[in-house]
Design a protein around this ligand. Structure first.
Ligand SMILES: C[S@@+](CC[C@H](N)C(=O)[O-])C[C@H]1O[C@@H](n2cnc3c(N)ncnc32)[C@H](O)[C@@H]1O
Length: 202
């Protein structure tokens, strides 16, 4: 971890800004994952899309360490990691710099007094609208029914985004280009059905 991480860490912001294009000079596009957990989804996307630069943020050290092992085992060279709070990093990204944004199974914070800690929030939709390119996707999954309602409540207020679902299976069935994460497997095992929400940035 001490050896691998510095090489692929997202550098500190300069004057409050990080230009992700400088991290991946050859990449066709840059995708970003919030709270990647063990990194299963991020590594899968990076492996299948070698021309995409993938940035992932995770505050939990064990998750970062798991992803570093995957990167080494799978010889992935299109990933940059931010170990820490994702929020200052998102705020340091330039407008219209990201081609796809993923938030998979964000911490549910079930108690009402903790709802303000939830990642999905008006702040999040505002920042997502700012950093995402026109026509790009925001993908959110949750296995908590209350969090799905919460997400849709803020999504409806975010006029920059359209929900792409046309029929129930569009949100009930995980798309083929969206691998299962550890949390999703846990949810299914415990009898909770996840939802897969895809929004398009106008
Ligand atoms: C419930 S887990 C889901 C992990 C993974 N996305 C999955 O589906 O398996 C939520 C993850 O988000 C991370 N997380 C929560 N808040 C964060 C923040 N502000 N910045 C970075 N990571 C965060 C947690 O450490 C945790 O690993």
């Amino acid at each position: 971890m001490q050896e691998g991480l510095p090489k692929i860490s997202v550098p500190d912001a300069v004057e409050g800004l990080i230009d992700p294009a400088t991290l991946f000079p050859q990449a066709e596009d840059i995708w970003f994952e919030v709270g990647f957990g063990g990194g299963e989804h991020l590594a899968w996307q990076a492996g299948r899309h070698p021309t995409i630069g993938m940035i992932g943020a995770e505050s939990f050290v064990n998750g970062v360490s798991k992803l570093l092992t995957r990167i080494e085992d799978e010889n992935l060279n299109n990933i940059r990691i931010h170990h820490g709070d994702v929020r200052p990093l998102i705020e340091a990204l330039p407008a219209r710099s990201i081609g796809r944004l993923f938030v998979l199974h964000p911490d549910p914070w079930p108690k009402k007094r903790h709802h303000k800690r939830r990642m999905i929030s008006p702040w999040f939709f505002r920042e997502a609208a700012r950093v995402l390119k026109s026509g790009s996707e925001l993908r959110i999954a949750t296995d908590i029914a209350d969090y799905a309602r919460w997400t849709m409540m803020f999504a409806r207020q975010a006029v920059e985004f359209d929900w792409t679902a046309e029929k129930a299976d569009d949100w009930r069935v995980r798309p083929a280009d969206w691998p299962q994460t550890r949390y999703e497997a846990k949810a299914l095992h415990e009898g909770r059905a996840p939802v897969y929400l895809v929004f398009r940035r106008a």
